[in-house]
Design a protein around this ligand. Sequence first.
Ligand code: GDP
Ligand code: MG
Length: 253
Amino acid sequence: MMEPIFVYFIGIAGSGKSYLTKAFAEWLDSMKAHCMRINLDPGADYVPYPADVDVREWFTLESIMQKYNVGPNGAQIIASDLLVTLIDEIKYEIDLSQPDFILIDTPGQMEIFTLRESSKLILEALGRDRSAMVFLFDPVVSKTPFGFLSQLFMANSAVFRLEIPQINVLSKADTLRSEEVEKIIRWSSDLDYLLSFIEAKTLSVELLRTLKDSGLFRPLVAVSAVKGSGMEDIYDGIQEFFYGGEDIERILF
Ligand SMILES: Nc1nc2c(ncn2[C@@H]2O[C@H](COP(=O)(O)OP(=O)(O)O)[C@@H](O)[C@H]2O)c(=O)[nH]1
Ligand SMILES: [Mg+2]
């Protein structure tokens, strides 16, 4: 059997990680690919898919607040450090069900996952070289050029931290008008077009050009968990990383 591929769903709170995990898993099911769904968000009130491993069986933000007598922010930090305690359970479930894909729905607040050490430990333990991330651009924030740019920087900070290849998606595309979708997608691939929307000072224009030359702009793919659209693009992107003969180092930056 082939080694499974890990796909981490990352994005700001409410960007649609959990619903995209659900939609992509259902699409994989329909393609007869065997996948596992893992919820790593201890703060989730509701998880929209049947999780094969659910962190909330071990702890929730609520239980941590009580046990350690901390507020919600302290609980998030403790929770992120506790995530490593799930590694053995995840490995056990993988051995048991031998999936092709393991979809990992990450905590609501992205920095809790990307900026803390536990994410690196989890990646390392499960297999960094078989891992990719799907980074979700929130549709409302992406509507303005600076909102789009801010998320581009966040997406790149996740690559810096995790050092795994990234597929960038425009989430909940069904909530945007088609002209808006086209505009945002074009911002991600055509820097001059993006610059025509902002009154950038010379320095920031130079900076953005340098960033573009360094590969920090990655083309966005529009997806909708509600409509189930864009799933094939995510799948193709993942296949390209692992079977396209591309050098992973080159994909990173
Ligand atoms: N219209 C629409 N709503 C979505 C879509 N994906 C998620 N949502 C809604 O956006 C909200 C946040 O989604 P969720 O997946 O929980 O975000 P997360 O915090 O990143 O996990 C939920 O109320 C979802 O119903 C989508 O593709 N289209
Ligand atoms: Mg979620």
